[in-house]
Design a protein around this ligand. Structure first.
Ligand code: FE2
Ligand code: FE2
Length: 400
């Protein structure tokens, strides 16, 4: 078989495998290695290989139809998610290939896709998009790309379902959690600049769902901001998503209480970090980072917060990142016992508490990031996208 059909068969195999296995899994690595090797074969044969997927079952490779790929139904699927044209440069690296596949998978699983506008955000060795009316030989740099019309409803449903599974004593469904993080990451990169899509709270008892998604998005944004690679960003995103998992063990009347908690209730509430870490480790021992973050996300840099220790404990960087994102999202949300804070007020609070509650460097990074990306922050509710607004004064926080 010549390199082009071989590459496409490997591509289909990789997409099916990646949908099934979590990051780092040996099967995943194997198909990625194989696909990357097929791509290098292709690049050895042609300097700029270009595929066109025209819907139907037609695949065109460098302007010639690939007859042997007539029955390849991935052609239609790729076209449907806005990848009608796929071009590789000699510079392409394996990591870009993996990111590309994750993006394709996320698009295949996201509910609302609008392929009419938007652009590719970063220059890479892989370019893709819709086929234009003119200049069909090459993609323009600003090639049209699919964008996500933000409705994170499916993802919120997935989180509710994950929480339900745990309440019923079943194991943590890791693949679904990772799929949500993948969708959130794609939503962040779907526009010309970084977007920070934050869910708006509609019902009080929805807090844990919206809050966990928001903390995941903010943590990924911050991890990316401080220069971490895509793989770490994603694991931090999973840790952010699961940080409050232990709350499924807290009785609803304590969780949603509008008044002050009694000291007994407070004790129950403060058990959620340890409960969360246990829940994660029991069902997914490989998720040790998420378990550590669940355990540590209320520990302050000066040793305050909870759980309490009789020795100095240096918390993981992921826990410190999640801690600041956690407090930010908690404060920008209306709660039964106080109004939401305005963003400026929260940022001032975070700066004031830097070095005491928050890691100084991470706190400064976070406030700088929010100020810079504020224009790209959107609140998401059902089908619509509005600019983020904060409001109202409030008491000092003790939550998240
Ligand atoms: Fe939280
Ligand atoms: Fe928490």
């Amino acid at each position: 078989m010549s390199p082009a059909p071989q590459f496409l068969h490997s591509l289909a195999q990789a997409l099916s495998t990646l949908a099934l296995y979590p990051e780092g899994h040996v099967s995943r690595e194997r198909v990625l290695d194989n696909l990357y090797q097929r791509l290098r074969d292709l690049l050895a044969e042609h300097r700029h290989p270009v595929f066109s997927f025209l819907g139907g079952d037609e695949v065109v490779y460098n302007d010639l139809p690939l007859r042997e790929m007539r029955t390849w139904d991935w052609s239609r699927r790729l076209a449907e998610v806005g990848i009608q044209r796929l071009q590789f440069d000699q510079t392409v690296v394996r990591e870009e290939l993996e990111e590309f596949l994750d993006m394709v998978l996320a698009r295949l699983t996201l509910a609302h896709i609008d392929t009419s506008e938007a652009r590719q955000t970063r220059p890479t060795g892989i370019r893709y998009g819709l086929i234009g009316v003119e200049g069909q030989d090459h993609l323009r740099e600003d090639a049209a790309m699919a964008t996500i019309r933000f409705s994170l409803e499916d993802e919120a449903d997935a989180i509710r379902w994950i929480h339900g599974e745990l309440v019923d004593g079943r194991t943590l469904p890791l693949l679904e959690a990772e799929a949500v993080v993948r969708s959130l990451s794609v939503a962040m990169h779907g526009e010309q600049q970084i977007m920070v899509p934050l869910l708006r709270l509609r019902e009080f008892d929805e807090y844990t769902t919206t809050h966990s998604m928001n903390v995941s998005v903010l943590t990924m944004a911050l991890a990316e901001w401080v220069g971490m690679g895509p793989r770490d960003v994603r694991s931090f995103g999973v840790a952010g998503l699961l940080h409050d998992l232990g709350k499924v063990k807290i009785p609803k009347d304590i969780l949603n209480k509008s008044g002050r908690l009694t000291s007994e209730e407070r004790q129950v509430m403060n058990s959620h970090p340890a409960e969360g870490a246990k829940l994660i480790l029991v069902s997914q021992p490989d998720l040790d980072l998420a378990a550590v973050v669940a355990y540590e996300h209320h520990i302050m840099i000066n040793g305050g917060g909870y759980p309490r220790f009789t020795y100095d404990r240096v918390c993981h960087q992921a826990s410190r990142l999640v801690h600041v994102c956690d407090v930010y999202d908690a404060l920008r949300t209306n709660r039964p016992y106080r109004d939401a804070w305005a963003s400026d007020k929260i940022l001032a609070y975070i700066e004031e508490r830097s070095g005491v509650e928050f890691d100084g460097e991470i706190a400064h990074g976070f406030t700088r990031m929010i100020r810079e990306w504020e224009p790209g922050m959107v609140e998401v509710a059902s089908e619509s996208v509005d600019l983020l607004q904060g409001a109202g004064p409030a008491d000092p926080p003790d939550e998240g």
